[in-house]
Design a protein around this ligand. Sequence first.
Ligand SMILES: *Cc1c(COP(=O)(O)O)cnc(C)c1O
Length: 371
Amino acid sequence: MKTQYPCLIVDLNKIRQNAKLLTRLADTTVGAKVFGVTKVLSGNPEVALALLEGGCYGLADSRLENLRAIRLAVSVHPIYGDCPLMLLRLPAPSQVEEVVETADISLNSELETLQLLSQAAQKKNRIHQAILMVDLGDLREGIWCGDDQWEKSIGMVREIMVLPSLRLIGIGTNLACYGGVIPDRETMSRLLEIAARVEELAGYRLEIISGGNSSSVPMLYDHTMPAGINSFRLGESIILGKNVIDRSDLPGTYQDAAICQAEIIELKMKPSLPSGHIGQNAFGEELSYVDQGIRQRAILALGRQDVVFEGLKPRDPGHVILGASSDHLLVDVTDGRTQLKVGDVISFIPNYGALLALSTSPYIRKYFRNP
Ligand SMILES: *Cc1c(COP(=O)(O)O)cnc(C)c1O
């Protein structure tokens, strides 16, 4: 079958291998289980399966649509048929019915929503499993456990305990998302302390103490993760093989499981400075240009409708991205390794934001290789 462009090519085997390495690391260091996070690839079921084959215990996504597609695909699987599915984004009160229908576990921080989830689960004769999110300073989701609000938070746990069709199975935290707070021994110990107090109130051991997202992976590599943290929710570290604290490569992983390709539709020698009076470009930006003389410039059929172009890294280190409009990507290819012609294809490695956009754009063809 002919490849069509622009496209996103996902190597499922590389994702499987990355998952294998990180799930083993989580297991051997602190005995933790990993929920593989699929949202950056729109909950693609083949990716979900590769994550499970790579050793993930369950799957997690922020969107119900994605979880539904995964459930449909995985439920018939002989081995992974009943793997737990987790909803990452806090449930919207208007969607509690769908949440209990689709997700086994959800992350929560609002008592009202938990009450609604319990009611919805009761109607369906189910028990919904909830993880209470704790904000350890990153200022995204989670109950605030500072001394001033501790009593209030404890009161909330008591209220959760009486909900008939909801079981509090764990607590969790999310770091390095909004505030850029880096997980360390102190934050993780704080989570363990809070877990112990919740267990005391609940009168049972919490199944899950979820020590965060990919930003916790460096602590696994350098063996600083405290024992007791027994679960992680990993997306970027598995899919892109990146240390999300400093964006260095995670040793032993692939960084090119997802690549973007686009086709050259114009290739010409042109000056590097625009000529005429210079005002704003199509996006209201006033850019400055450096005179490098006459350069070979390629226009690719790929644009801002498809990707966050600043997040693309050309695979040929001689290629330099100059800019993009809605539908065109301009690349200086003068110093590239190969002689190019119109119709040739240029490859890029996307970062997380670029991959998210590529996966979501309906104009991008998606190919999943090495099933
Ligand atoms: C997206 C998300 C994750 C996964 O984050 P990565 O940095 O990709 O590992 C984990 N937890 C929550 C709540 C999320 O929204």
